[in-house]
Design a protein around this ligand. Structure first.
Ligand code: SAM
Length: 217
């Protein structure tokens, strides 16, 4: 899934992953990250997620990273925030309120970009990536986020033979394989979500389970 793939998805408004409401798992489990007021949360592959606005409302600072200019532009246009744009190394940084989105490739992020991150919120980020890119994603996080940062991750499992990703099915075993050397991984929730996902049933899925984890160093 390269940049062109995602840009086409945004251009053609094929953004079934985008939710108009705040993710209930974020609301339920953000407290488990043990964050103080003003903590900085990294939202990789952020799209135009309204979860970033909710995090800001809770008093947190947010750093997102996203390929698509349409996504970043829409995020600010659909919020009350007026962004200021600035070039920052390989990225264009869009800043408004306590939210900053780096438009560019997440794999170009370095330690300086992610300094000061207190937590990572991954919803539909790891599962957006094909297998060949997942190890790069893990490496980016393990190498560049501060050692104290915890992660809240929302993932999905389904029979991969029944549907092509994204979203991909990423099993617990794979998450342990990717992150287990650097993090302890605790499952928080496992939920059958097939009934409420007609778009995936229509694509042939017979089982779909959402899983939420907290990862700590
Ligand atoms: C499945 S969407 C999820 C968006 C968001 N997390 C949400 O919950 O709505 C994945 C997003 O990641 C972006 N993306 C994919 N690969 C990327 C990369 N290497 N760097 C930056 N953004 C990327 C895509 O443009 C897309 O908006």
């Amino acid at each position: 899934m390269d940049k062109r793939f995602w840009e086409q998805r945004w251009q053609n408004d094929q953004i079934g992953f985008h939710r108009g409401d705040v993710n209930p798992h974020l609301v339920a489990y953000v407290g488990r990250l043990g964050l103080g007021p003003g903590a900085k949360i990294f939202v990789p592959l952020c799209g135009k997620s309204v979860d970033m606005l909710w995090l800001q409302q809770q008093g947190y600072r947010v750093l997102g990273v996203e390929f698509s200019e349409i996504a970043v532009g829409s995020f600010f246009a659909e919020s009350d925030l007026v962004p200021v744009k600035q070039t920052q190394s390989k990225f264009t940084a869009w800043r408004g309120g306590n939210i900053e989105i780096l438009r560019g490739n997440a794999f170009d992020l370095g330690e300086e970009d992610l300094a000061g991150i207190d937590a990572v919120y991954d919803r539909a980020a790891l599962i957006a990536l094909p297998p060949a890119l997942r190890r790069n994603y893990t490496r980016m996080l393990i190498e560049h986020i501060p050692k104290t940062a915890k992660m809240l991750m929302v993932s999905m499992e389904y029979p991969q033979s029944q549907m092509d990703g994204p979203p991909f099915s990423v099993h617990s075993e794979e998450i342990h394989g990717l992150f287990g050397d650097a993090f302890t991984i605790d499952p928080l929730l496992e939920q059958d979500i097939l009934a409420e996902n007609a778009r995936f049933r229509d694509r042939g899925l017979t089982s779909l389970v959402e899983k939420v984890y907290i990862l700590k160093r």
